[in-house]
Design a protein around this ligand. Structure first.
Ligand SMILES: [Zn+2]
Length: 114
């Protein structure tokens, strides 16, 4: 246990106390801000996961075009070539957008956490 000074009233208090008994000010300066950083980190991680699932979806689409290349399968009014082009395009866009999003989120995580 360590004693810390309350940043509001300068009273010496235990660092285990959640708030100063004198003025009610939260004890650890790192406490509340630390929580905010963790929340931000979680938010960024969630966004990173979202972007990476878009990128994975794109990769899956591109894989599907490879799997469909000999099947002669068309979707709706599209012939097989058009179907592959469309799915490939969606996949390419997914990989690009997801990749840029992942990179952007990485930069943002690096920017906030050093
Ligand atoms: Zn105080």
């Amino acid at each position: 246990m360590a004693l810390v000074r309350c940043r509001e009233c300068d009273r010496r208090i235990s660092d285990r106390a959640s708030s100063c008994p004198g003025c009610g000010c939260p004890v650890t300066e790192s406490g509340p801000s630390h929580v905010v950083v963790e929340q931000t980190g979680r938010g960024l991680k969630g966004r990173y996961l979202a972007w990476s699932s878009i990128a994975l979806f794109g990769v899956a689409c591109i894989l599907v075009t490879y799997l469909l290349r000999d099947s002669g399968l068309g979707v709706g009014p599209l012939d097989p070539g058009e179907t592959r082009t469309l799915i490939g395009l969606i996949g390419f866009l997914g990989v690009m957008i997801g990749g840029v999003g992942m990179l952007w989120t990485k930069v943002e995580i690096w920017w906030r956490h050093g």
